[in-house]
Design a protein around this ligand. Structure first.
Ligand code: NDP
Length: 234
């Protein structure tokens, strides 16, 4: 049966691949964008996820068009890589605001209706950097690791109401986000991936669809790395 799905950051990259998979499965899909609207065919709502006012407005628009959000995927994210000595207050606030506070705002806003309907699927997009750490990504890794604690707490809080909360942690994925990595460094990173390649966005999308399925009702509070085995052992 068609469900109301909201993907933050669903206008491009991993979020778009996720949104397109849900749409292909017959769901009513809305995406948020910050600067660049998505391709035609998806309900697009402008939203800065680090603003609770924007989140509230985005949900209201989606509810009016598609009904209460039953599946929430938070894919909006940014990096502002720099060594900690060079990280500005603004870098730190923006990275935490977008990658950690945004998903928590969205989960909070989704909650009353999921709670009332005794059903919900929430999937936070984290990163394997949450497990591995990375030079220049102190704040990003902290935000992405924070999603794990948030999901595990929500899993306990909301599980009794039929709402599951899980984390998907991609490794390197072929999107704009990694386009600035120089070729020689990229090759060194690929060499550390047991399967010998980075993800396509759809590799991540397929896992999200699996976790969001109606019948996946006991998969709750999990952290799933989609990284070709790069974080194995952590
Ligand atoms: P992209 O850089 O391709 O896309 C980023 C997305 O986030 C865009 O949709 C962008 O919207 C949105 N966004 C950024 N800031 C905000 C904001 N303040 N409010 C609302 N939306 C915002 O990234 P990816 O597709 O690669 O990344 C998707 C998720 O996956 C992110 O959370 C990222 O951290 C994570 N990830 C990515 C990896 C990779 O290698 N690519 C690896 C591990 C995790 P707009 O275009 O309108 O600005």
């Amino acid at each position: 049966m068609s469900r109301s799905v909201l993907v933050t950051g669903g206008n491009r990259g991993i979020g778009l691949a996720i949104a397109q998979r849900f749409a292909a499965a017959g769901d009513r899909v809305a995406v948020t964008y910050h600067h660049s609207p998505p391709p035609d065919g998806l309900l697009a709502v402008k939203c800065d996820v680090s603003s609770s006012i924007d989140i509230d407005r985005a949900f209201s628009e989606v509810e009016a068009a598609h009904g209460p959000v039953q599946v929430l995927v938070t894919a909006a994210g940014i990096t502002r890589d720099s060594t900690i000595r060079r990280a500005t207050d603004d870098d730190i606030a923006a990275v935490i605001g977008t990658n950690l506070i945004g998903p928590i705002y969205a989960a909070r806003r989704a909650m009353p209706k999921m709670h009332a309907n005794k059903f919900g699927r929430i999937i936070f997009i984290s990163s394997v950097v949450a497990e591995l750490g990375a030079v220049g990504q102190t704040t990003y890794a902290a935000a992405k690791a924070g999603l794990k604690g948030a999901a595990r707490s929500l899993a306990r809080e909301l599980g009794p109401r039929g709402i599951t909360v899980n984390v998907v942690a991609p490794g390197l994925t072929d999107t704009e986000m990694i386009k600035t990595i120089p070729d020689n460094i990229m090759q060194r990173m690929v060499d550390t991936i047991p399967v010998g390649r980075i993800n396509a966005p759809d590799d991540v999308a397929r896992m999200v669809l699996f976790l969001a399925a109606d019948e996946q009702g006991t998969t709750n509070g999990g952290f799933y790395a989609i990284d070709g085995g790069a974080a194995t052992g952590h």
